[in-house]
Design a protein around this ligand. Structure first.
Ligand code: HEC
Ligand code: HEC
Ligand code: HEC
Ligand code: HEC
Length: 117
């Protein structure tokens, strides 16, 4: 690569990483939230959103009901599970700008077919 091209490549990489418009958003949030980053980023853009931000619109108890499981699978409910109950931060399992696997997948093979990675 010529020196001038290299400079351009570096410059462009720098630009995209700071551009507010470069981040991907989930389709299900685009309509309700749009470009207002602060709706989720209650602790600034350099920090992940707190659960408080998500809970302005979502409800832990309702979520636990929606993903409830019965019998032997009872405690595999991601929103009310064996190790953490209802207290695990949302961002451990849900990404907004990039794909994210549920934390549980690090150690288990439970099926979460409705999870939108
Ligand atoms: C629906 C909630 C939501 C909205 C709206 C949102 N974000 Fe995020 N953002 C997240 C979550 C969750 C993470 C952490 C995981 C990830 O990257 O997906 C994050 C992470 C980030 C990070 C990375 C921080 C780090 O230290 O790695 C940046 C930068 C960022 N968001 C920028 C933005 C910008 C710019 C906007 C507005 C255009 C925006 N976000 C809107 C939820 C949101
Ligand atoms: C301004 C309101 C608002 C905020 C803030 C918000 N959401 Fe949402 N979210 C919605 C709406 C509305 C939907 C679409 C309807 C639904 O599925 O509940 C949605 C959908 C979702 C879905 C997909 C549901 C599906 O269809 O599988 C996930 C996962 C989700 N939100 C997680 C989060 C997380 C994590 C945060 C915090 C980082 C967050 N949301 C912040 C309003 C919001
Ligand atoms: C760091 C690894 C790790 C993570 C992450 C993890 N677990 Fe576990 N989990 C274990 C271990 C170790 C056991 C004990 C195994 C045993 O004795 O059966 C266990 C046992 C369980 C059990 C009872 C046994 C079974 O297989 O049904 C359930 C249910 C469970 N975990 C759910 C979850 C859920 C849901 C998540 C995500 C919120 C999660 N775990 C995250 C390591 C982990
Ligand atoms: C342990 C991982 C984990 C945590 C923590 C977690 N979720 Fe989820 N969430 C999931 C999985 C997995 C699914 C899909 C469930 C399935 O496939 O049965 C899901 C589904 C959802 C849905 C769609 C529910 C539906 O069926 O309509 C929403 C909305 C959601 N999560 C929001 C949140 C919010 C907000 C938080 C924080 C309060 C949160 N989640 C915390 C793993 C998690």
């Amino acid at each position: 690569m010529k020196k001038a091209n290299l400079v351009w490549a570096l410059l462009l990489a720098g630009l995209t990483s700071v551009s507010v418009h470069a981040v991907q958003q989930r389709d299900y949030h685009k309509a309700v939230i749009g470009k207002d980053c602060k709706v989720c980023h209650d602790q600034g853009l350099k920090q992940y959103p707190s659960d408080g931000a998500c809970l302005k619109c979502h409800d832990v108890d309702e979520l636990a009901k929606k993903t409830a499981r019965s019998g032997e699978e009872r405690w595999q409910n991601p929103h009310d599970n064996l190790h953490y109950g209802k207290d695990l931060p949302c961002v451990e399992c849900h990404g907004e700008h990039q794909p994210k696997k549920p934390l549980c997948s690090n150690c288990h093979t439970f099926k979460y077919d409705k999870h939108k990675e």
